[in-house]
Design a protein. Structure first.
Length: 186
């Protein structure tokens, strides 16, 4: 097992645990601190760690209402910009978590169809409300910065849905005003 010695007296170890191609960084007493699974095409170049297969999703432009779940209507987006891993289903508006971990979830529904009506945005995990944001009517303006975001701890196959309340106005359909994203943090 080769050693890496820094300019100080600290010593660390780098090893390949098996023939799978994983790289382990360990402390000088042999405790594994970080494992890099190179079989998943993780790359380190010029001091940057790239993760080209890290699950991520981003879409914009609300298009239509999807399935109703209790008091919530699923928001569907027409323009899917990123869907790394294809975990977001644009037809149903459901994101299925591929692995267990913490996911950053964000939704901004800042254009409503009718300014004189209430607007809302909800984030649902496994069809249960996790977070919500509401905005009061504004007869003079359809634009409203209605944002919900959070970090969700999810198991593999948990689902995440962006939605709005059935009794309030739907989001507006103008290009780019409404958007949503999900990113696996780790």
């Amino acid at each position: 097992m080769p050693s890496i010695i820094s300019a100080t007296t600290s010593t660390g170890l780098v090893s390949s645990a098996d023939n799978s191609g994983s790289l382990q960084l360990a402390t000088n007493n042999g405790t594994t601190a970080i494992t890099i699974d190179t079989s998943q095409n993780v790359g380190i170049s010029a001091g940057r760690l790239t993760k080209p297969y890290q699950p991520a999703f981003m879409a914009h432009t609300y298009s239509t209402s999807g399935p109703v779940i209790g008091s919530y209507i699923t928001a569907l987006f027409t323009t899917v910009v990123t869907n790394r891993g294809s975990h977001y289903n644009a037809g149903s508006g459901v994101y299925t978590c591929p692995v267990a971990g913490d996911y950053y979830v964000h939704c901004n529904l800042n254009l409503r169809a009718v300014g004189a009506d209430w607007s809302s945005v909800f984030i649902l995990k496994n069809n249960t409300q996790v977070i919500q944001s509401w905005s009061q009517p504004n007869v003079d303006n359809q634009y409203d910065n209605n944002v919900a975001n959070c970090v969700l701890n999810c198991a593999a196959n948990d689902t995440i849905i962006f939605a709005f309340y059935t009794g309030y106005t739907v989001p507006g359909t103008s290009a780019g005003y409404n958007h949503a994203s999900i990113y696996l943090l780790g």
